[in-house]
Design a protein around this ligand. Structure first.
Ligand SMILES: Nc1nc2c(ncn2[C@@H]2O[C@H](COP(=O)(O)OP(=O)(O)OP(=O)(O)O)[C@@H](O)[C@H]2O)c(=O)[nH]1
Ligand SMILES: [Mg+2]
Length: 230
């Protein structure tokens, strides 16, 4: 009995399908293992206040954190891991340890002080946006403009404008610095943000970056919760 001529081809197609199915299931598994929401931002932005609201539904006036807070929140029967990373310069970089399990980043800023703090806020946000892992995983980012209960809080549109202008400035100094350096040790923060020759805008990024006003004090955190659940 001779082997039908289509049999080898069918075997190859079947093998390819099995491999594809394996790859898809691996990717899905990897994605579902990313269940952590990181709360990042410079000191005093309100990360611990938001963390405590989301987890325990209460407001605490805390002191500067020096250690991460880690725990879960449950909404709509979904359990989500939350990590509040202190803003202090010596500890904030620890956020990179959590990136492999991170589903989204809530970048918290103080809307009442963002004009004065724009350089520090933009530098930290720049590091996050330009991080290779954040880009590879297309990590979603929500900029939570906190303390919106205060009358002096800057509106969202103004905050976006200020940050875009500052990132634009930073980009030219950082790109120049990277070019001056030998090219071999630029592995972590060397991804160019936006389009060359054009002013920087958040919507030029592949990562989805949203902005929402909120208040941990007044418990106005629905935009954050909706974003986490989306
Ligand atoms: N008015 C107002 N104050 C807030 C709000 N959220 C936090 N605060 C105050 O802002 C201060 C800083 O809040 P934290 O949550 O400790 O800030 P943090 O971002 O965790 O700071 P680090 O731990 O130092 O990185 C505290 O005095 C809070 O009471 C808010 O929504 N409105
Ligand atoms: Mg804190």
């Amino acid at each position: 009995m001779t082997t039908p001529s289509w049999l080898p081809l069918a075997a190859i197609i079947a093998a390819v399908l099995v491999v594809l199915a394996l790859i898809v299931s691996l990717v899905l598994k990897q994605k579902s293992s990313r269940n952590t929401i990181l709360l990042l931002g410079i000191p005093d932005a309100g990360k611990t206040a938001i963390y405590t609201r989301l987890r325990f539904d209460k407001f605490v006036s805390t002191v500067a954190s020096m250690k991460e807070n880690e725990g879960t929140m449950t909404v709509d029967n979904k359990t989500i891991d939350l990590v509040d990373v202190p803003g202090h310069e010596r500890v904030r970089l620890r956020y990179t340890d959590f990136l492999p399990v991170t589903r989204g980043i809530v970048f918290v800023l103080d809307s009442t002080k963002v004009a004065r703090q724009v350089r520090e806020v933009a530098e930290y946000l720049y590091d996050i946006l330009a991080d290779r892992k954040v880009q590879q995983q297309s990590t979603r980012i929500l900029v939570a403009c906190n303390k919106a209960d205060m009358i002096i809080a800057l509106p969202k549109e103004k905050i976006i404008q200020r940050l875009e202008a500052e990132i634009n400035r930073l980009r030219s100094t950082r790109t120049a610095a990277v070019e001056k350096q030998a090219s071999d040790d630029q592995d972590e923060h060397d991804v160019y943000l936006g389009y060359e020759g054009e002013d920087f805008h958040f919507d030029q990024l592949d990562n989805d970056v949203q902005f929402e006003m909120c208040s941990a004090e007044k418990n106005e955190l629905e935009p954050i919760i909706d974003w986490i659940l989306a």
